[in-house]
Each structure stands twice: as C-alpha cells, then as structure tokens.
Design a protein around this ligand. Structure first.
Ligand code: AMP
Ligand code: FE
Ligand code: FE
Ligand code: ZN
Length: 284
C-alpha cells in the first residue's frame, strides 16, 4: 500500500476529476492520499465520499502560493480541522479573487506579446481556479511553444516576459492561517525554493512551520537525504508526495513519483496524524 500526500485534481491545475483521481489511486494501490489543490478544498470535498467508498484514507490538504523573501513559494496545509475550516475558506476566496484579477492582466500581457488568446478561453479550462498551467496549455495548442515547459520558459515563468505580479499573501501569514485552522503547515518541494533554505528555515519554524516536504518527485535521493536531516535538525515533521497533476505533468505517477523515485515510509503519516491530534499544535 502506497502513500501520496501531494496531488491535484481539475478543481485546480490537475487534469483528473476528483472521482477519476480516486480511481487512479485505487488502481495504483495508494491507500493514503492527500488532495492538495492550489487555493481550494473543492476537489477534496467532492472526492471524500468516493474515497471512503473505495477504502482510501483521504487526508484534507491544500497548497497555497505565498511570497517568501520576495519570491513565490508553496506551502502545504494538512489535517485542517473541519470545525475550523470556515475561516480558512473565507481567506481562500480572497486568494481566488486575486488570482482572477491577475489572470485578466496576464491575458493582456500575453496579447501584447502577440499571443492570440482570451481570458474566456483560459477560464473555460481552469474555471474558478484558472492558473498559469491552463494558459500554458493554450499557448502550446496554438503553436507558440512545443511543450508546457517551453511555454513557461518563454512566457510564464517569473523571469519570462509574460510574467505579471500576483498579489500573493506573505508566507508567514499563510503559515499562521493554516495553524489557526488546526492544520499542519509544510514547506512544499524545498528544492524549488528561490531563497536560501538554511537561512530562512529558523524563521519559518519560529512562525509555526511544522514540516518539510522531504519526499517529492523533483528531489534526487541526495536532496531527500539533506531535507530529512534538516527536518531532524530543526525538529520538523516530514511530508511527501508525487505532486501528481495527471496529463498536465504526464511524467509524474501517483504514489510513485517520477520514474518510481518516490517512497514514503508509513511512519511519516503516523507522526503527522499524532501531531495533528495533539493539543500543543493549536496554540499559535
Ligand atoms: P499560478 O498559481 O497560476 O501562478 O501557477 C503556478 C503553477 O504553475 C505552479 O503550481 C506550477 O505547477 C506551475 N509553474 C510555475 N512556474 C513554472 C515553471 N517555471 N515551469 C513549469 N511550471 C511552472
Ligand atoms: Fe500545480
Ligand atoms: Fe507546488
Ligand atoms: Zn502541487
């Protein structure tokens, strides 16, 4: 039985619907799954009854983009308490409207760069949670780039000419929001961090960070080893997952990562669960 604590549905930028994702999990023998859609619980909400029926242990999760030392970084939230989720949902609505406003500016910018695309076309794909990967798909389909990665490199990446700023929350605020909702906050795919992890980690811990995503499809065995030792050194829990997006990122397999590079030991989940039900966690 496999464990995967990082996956996306088509309620954010994945391609599988919540029920399709549960079906993929069942066939891949993933017994413990967290759905961590960007800025929404909609995929989790829809998947929960289906997962229960399929005998899959589905963990409530979310992935939030936030500014850390001036650059966008991702924060995962897990085991958010159902009776405290309300406040978080309101806050997430604000994040969604900042995304929508950014998408309008992104469309104008891409049109200036000669790309014939409309906001309606992008929103037809991404609906309420349209993101840059949806724009990337259109850019590829219309022949302005040959792969999704090329669309990012040429147009959408933070360093590319099509990039427009989004009003993202501060990373430290995002940690607080997750913690106040009784959740566990984990630094997602630290390998992609644009600032120096060693210098920022003590501050993140101070702000209430509980965990670090030591296991991830983008991590080499050497990366994972480093993050595991940092977790131990800083008294942080470990999380891990494939970051499955379905056809959007076809090289990632649920529960197995990239070319089978993912293996999450069961005590990872046991420790997260124990921490989330322990009292001390709520006092932030
Ligand atoms: P958004 O939240 O709309 O700004 O889109 C962010 C998402 O785009 C991330 O979660 C990644 O899946 C993807 N992304 C961002 N930057 C890149 C990049 N340079 N290359 C590939 N994918 C990226
Ligand atoms: Fe994504
Ligand atoms: Fe991410
Ligand atoms: Zn993700």
């Amino acid at each position: 039985m496999l464990i995967d604590l990082h996956s996306h549905t088509n309620e954010s930028d994945g391609s599988a619907s919540p029920s399709q994702l549960i079906d993929i999990a069942r066939r891949a023998q993933v017994g413990v799954l967290a759905i961590t859609d960007h800025d929404t619980f909609a995929g989790y909400d829809l998947a929960l009854p289906i997962a229960t029926g399929a005998g899959i242990d589905l963990i409530c999760g979310i992935e939030i983009s936030a500014k850390l030392r001036g650059h966008s970084a991702h924060l995962l939230g897990y085991f958010i308490k159902s009776d405290q989720i309300g406040g978080l949902r309101d806050w997430i609505k604000e994040l969604q409207s900042s995304r929508r406003e950014r998408n309008a500016r992104l469309t104008s910018r891409l049109r200036e760069l000669g790309i014939d695309l409309t906001l309606e076309e992008a929103e037809a794909r991404g609906r309420v949670n349209t993101g840059r990967p949806h724009f990337a798909e259109i850019i590829v389909e219309k022949g302005y780039a040959t792969t999704i990665q090329e669309a990012f490199d040429k147009y959408l990446d933070e360093a590319a000419p099509g990039y427009v700023h989004r009003n993202e929350p501060e990373f430290f605020d995002a940690i607080q929001k997750i913690r106040r909702a009784g959740g566990i906050a984990s630094l997602a795919h630290p390998v992609r961090l644009k600032c120096d992890l060693l210098s920022v980690l003590p501050q993140l811990r101070e702000a209430g960070l509980n965990a670090i995503e030591a296991y991830h499809s983008d991590h080499t065995p050497a990366d994972t080893k480093i993050y595991l030792s940092l977790a131990q050194q800083y008294g942080l829990l470990r999380t891990g997952g494939s970051d499955f997006h379905g056809a959007t990122k076809p090289d990632l397999e649920l529960g197995k990562g990239r070319g089978g590079n993912l293996e999450i030991p069961p005590d990872v989940v046991e420790q997260l669960r124990a921490a989330s039900s322990s009292h001390g966690l709520h006092n932030v």
